[in-house]
Design a protein around this ligand. Sequence first.
Ligand code: NI
Length: 162
Amino acid sequence: MAIRNIREMGDEVLGKVCKEVTQMTPRTRELIEDMLETMYEANGVGLAAPQVGILKRIVVIDTTGEDPHILINPRIVETSGEQTGQEGCLSVPGKSGVVTRPNYVKAVALDVNMQPIELEGTELLARAICHELDHLDGHLYVEKVEGDLMDVTYDDEEEEEE
Ligand code: NI
C-alpha cells in the first residue's frame, strides 16, 4: 500500500468524467487499498479515484474511522429530505463552504468482488456519498457553495474533509 498524491483544484483531472470499472484487477485492488490509506492519512471521510489522478468510477468513504465503504460504479437511486451545512474537500485544502444536500441517500454500487451492494445513509454519510459521486462526474463542491468559500482556521483543522 502507498499514500498517493492528492490532486488539488485547478488540476484538470478533477474536471473529467470517470469511466466505469468493467473488471477487478490486481492493479485496481491496489488502487483501492491506496485510496483508503491516503484518505485516512489525510483525515478525510471520503476520497474519489480522480482525486489521486485515476479516472475510474471508484470512491471510498468512512465517516466514523472504522467503517470503510468501497463503492465501484456507484449510482444514487433514492434521496429524501435536505441538510445544509459545512463541507470541505481534500482537493480544496484549507477551505470550507455551506452546501445543501439530501439528508438521506441510497446508492447502489459494486464491491471489490464486483458484487452488487447497497449503501444508505443520513446526515454526514449522505453528504459524503453525494460529494464523492460528484467527483466521478468532474464536479467539486465549490460549484454548489452558498455564499463564499471560507478559510478553515487552525482550530478547525480536525474538521472532516471529503
Ligand atoms: Ni472532495
